[in-house]
Design a protein around this ligand. Structure first.
Ligand SMILES: [Zn+2]
Length: 751
């Protein structure tokens, strides 16, 4: 319609040949001319502005780059023994990765076109045949690369296809989702524009808006073009843990394997596998549903497979062991090609941790336990000597052995059975995992620290100390044991149950050595419940020892001091049970080892630990370096005289022919002190077998505990295991015999 007036002017001129134009028509003509010129000026100005200003903007968009941060993995610290055995370490892991474009099926057309362009000069590109041939060549090169990759990696075709499809499915899903969001976004903005237009009144405004929109909106094809997501232009893992040989072959034949790269990372291994597995612990990858507190800022979660300690030292020393990953800044152009890459932060390796465990003795203890649980052929335990009982020994459901330095609290042995292989956590078979998981004996429980059991008679030294220190017991006064306290059907000695006899005239030493229940029942009824409970408390029972391992249990001491004080008579009966380690008293093997260490070291409560106080081989400023509190605490009110009487009794247990440990524990070479315990566990179930003590009896160096759950008699089941353990300590020079032989003094290395 805009041209109509002009047409009418010319038509008038042509029709009539008359050049006379009336004034109103001339005015209209001039007005139209002015309007035309004005519009032209606007358009020209806009073109000039687009040329000068927008050019920069579009060029910038063309050169736009994206910046990503990639993680440079760091090695975690090792777990070592003092003898330099490696119990946990990181080893190199070679990940074989394929660039997505070399994997995508069918090949991406834009990628092929790009490849063809790269291979041909501008002139050659005009030759359609050549372009086609180059294209076919490129597709064939992909197929050749695939088959070569299979040969080099020993990957089967179905396995490769499965991987390839899984990767492609995932990348396609990401790309689709990104593009769908993008399309939805642009549709919404178009709609908004339309809405504004219709809402404004007036023809001129609508026209102005239409002109503005036509001049400023970029061509529609720009919206329709799909976005390339990063996953389409990066590498994807096709073999996780390739052998070194494969990595080397790929490196050598890189010219035959375009689009393939090998990335070196690391994985955790446990070279000694089942040895001290409960103590070493495991470090595994942080799962997607877990909070990942170690993610460096700016790192997408999927970029970094962080690992975390799950149990054992791997967990409790996680902050030292954990390496700090480095950071690489990578700048990519619009085609996702890397244009710049630099390391922003170098990775920092984690620190090594040195265990206090004597790996040789620990292994020996584990073998002893495995033999008693019939999990291993008997090669260490000799057949029972002079076993006068015809009843067969029950097979224990579990067991633990602890050996502790009586002065420092460092653990030389912390063995728990049944055990498991740490390879379970580093990718062993599902079947193996299921087998361990289904084991009703619960192999994953660290029995040393997390299994609280009634201690039975091994608590009697504490009862004796409570009675002596409360002044209610004269250790030299003779006591007549008739086999039971007041009635023949309860509160009896074992000897009465078996043979209908009592221990007759005995003193404290014999009462400990022969494990006379009635003697301690009598002492408990004289002193009452409170001193007993108080001394259990002073020896650290009923609360955690504070060992440097996670998941320690506290056990139970019956009756809080408050309730017992309110009604002492209510606890009179409880006192009898508590005196011989029954009632609801439960202790962990570690707590019992600490009690024995305190009796042996003159009354000091030590802090048990499995990591050497100076056990870190590297230092960095990033890690908390405060020394651990390994202090020991004097047990208040415990006199040397009392300790001497109790120690005398504990020595007699093994050294005197009347002692309960004489036949099964005693060794010629060294005097052993200790106490048998046979803890009742309820009707129909075998008792728990205990033996707890220290060695050498006269100059104590190591406290030890042997517990066999439902293993029967302390003397007959736990005794022989103790004897084998001490024999090994003699063999390795940890303790020296009464007649020191040349070379045995090397035991001095342990203070
Ligand atoms: Zn008795």
């Amino acid at each position: 319609m805009r041209n109509q007036p002009l047409n009418s002017i010319f038509s008038e001129r042509d029709a009539g040949g008359v050049s006379l134009i009336d004034p109103p028509t001339a005015l209209r003509f001039h007005l139209l001319l002015v309007a035309f010129c004005a519009i032209s000026v606007v358009v020209l100005c806009r073109i000039a502005w687009v040329q000068s200003q927008l050019q920069d903007r579009y060029l910038t968009a063309l050169n736009t780059t994206s910046t990503d941060y990639e993680v440079i993995p760091a090695r975690d610290g090792r777990i070592l023994s003092e003898s330099s055995a490696v119990l946990a370490t990181d080893v190199d892991q070679y990940s074989v990765q394929v660039h997505y474009r070399w994997l995508q099926e069918p090949a991406d057309e834009a990628w092929i076109a790009r490849g063809v362009r790269k291979r041909l000069s501008r002139k050659e590109r005009s030759d359609a045949d050549l372009v086609n041939r180059t294209r076919e060549e490129l597709i064939a090169a992909r197929k050749r690369m695939w088959s070569h990759l299979l040969t080099v990696t020993d990957l089967s075709l179905p396995a490769f296809m499965e991987k390839q499809q899984a990767i492609q499915k995932q990348v396609t899903r990401i790309a689709d989702s990104v593009n769908r969001r993008r399309r939805m976004g642009s549709t919404e903005s178009d709609f908004d524009d339309t809405a504004t237009n219709t809402s404004s009144d007036g023809l001129l405004m609508r026209m102005a808006s239409a002109v503005r929109s036509a001049l400023t909106t970029p061509p529609g094809t720009a919206i329709a073009a799909t976005i390339v997501v990063r996953e389409e232009e990066t590498f994807h893992e096709i073999v996780r843990d390739a052998p070194f040989a494969v990595a080397a072959r790929i490196h050598e034949q890189s010219h035959l394997l375009p689009g393939i790269r090998v990335v070196v990372g690391n994985r955790r291994t446990y070279p000694l596998n089942a040895t001290a597995s409960h103590i070493v612990g495991a470090r595994t990858v942080v799962r997607d549903d877990e909070p990942n507190t170690r993610l460096p800022p700016g790192i997408p979660r999927h970029e970094w497979t962080a690992r975390t300690g799950r149990f054992g030292v791997e967990r409790s020393y996680d902050h030292q062991l954990q390496g700090i990953p480095g950071l690489r800044r990578v700048v990519r152009n619009r085609r996702m090609e890397i244009v710049e890459s630099n390391v922003e932060r170098q990775p920092i390796s984690g620190r090594d941790v040195v265990l206090t465990l004597d790996v040789d003795l620990q292994r020996h203890a584990e073998q002893l336990l495995a033999e008693t649980l019939l999990d291993a052929p008997a090669i260490l335990l000799s057949p029972q000597e002079n076993d006068d009982s015809s009843s067969p020994q029950p097979v224990p459901t579990g067991g633990s052995i602890v050996v502790m330095d009586v002065v420092s609290g460092r653990l030389l042995v912390a063995a728990s059975a049944p055990g498991f292989n740490l390879s379970l956590f580093t990718g062993s078979s599902i079947a193996e995992w299921n087998a361990v998981n289904a084991d009703q004996r619960h192999p994953f429980i660290s029995r040393v620290i997390a299994m609280a059991l009634p201690p039975g008679s091994v608590i009697k030294p504490v009862t004796a100390i409570a009675a002596l220190e409360s002044g209610r017991l004269n250790p030299d006064e003779s006591f007549d044991c008739q086999g039971f306290l007041t009635r023949p059907d309860e509160h009896r000695c074992l000897i009465y149950r078996l043979h209908g006899a009592g221990h007759n005239d005995i003193t404290l030493t014999r009462a400990i050595a022969q494990s006379c229940n009635v003697y301690f029942f009598s002492a408990a009824s004289k002193m009452g419940f409170l001193p007993l409970r108080e001394w259990c408390d002073r020896f650290g029972l009923g609360r955690e020892c504070g060992i440097d391992l996670p998941f320690e249990k506290d056990g139970n001491v019956p009756g809080s001091s408050g309730t017992a004080a309110e009604d002492p008579r209510r606890f009179a009966r409880e006192a009898l049970g508590l005196a011989i380690g029954q009632s609801s008293l439960t202790v962990t093997p570690l707590q019992m080892a600490r009690v024995m260490a305190a009796i042996a070291n003159g009354g000091w409560l030590v802090t048990p630990h499995v990591v050497s106080a100076d056990g870190t081989a590297r230092t960095t400023t990033d890690i908390d370096d405060r020394p651990r509190d390994l202090s020991r605490r004097r047990i208040s009110g415990l006199t040397e005289g009392t300790l001497a009487r109790v120690r005398e009794g504990l020595k007699a247990v093994v050294q005197e022919p009347y002692g309960t440990g004489y036949r099964t524990v005693r060794r010629e070479e060294v005097a052993i002190a200790g106490k048998t315990g046979t803890a009742e566990t309820g009707p129909g179930k075998p008792d728990h077998a205990w033996f707890a003590g220290y060695v050498p009896a006269d100059e104590p160096r190591y406290a030890f505990v042997v517990v066999l759950e439902h293993g029967g008699s302390g003397s007959r089941a736990a005794g022989p295991v103790t004897r084998e353990l001490v024999q090994k300590m003699l063999d390795t020079g940890l303790v020296s015999g009464t007649v020191p032989a040349a070379g045995l003094r090397k035991a001095g290395r342990n203070q």
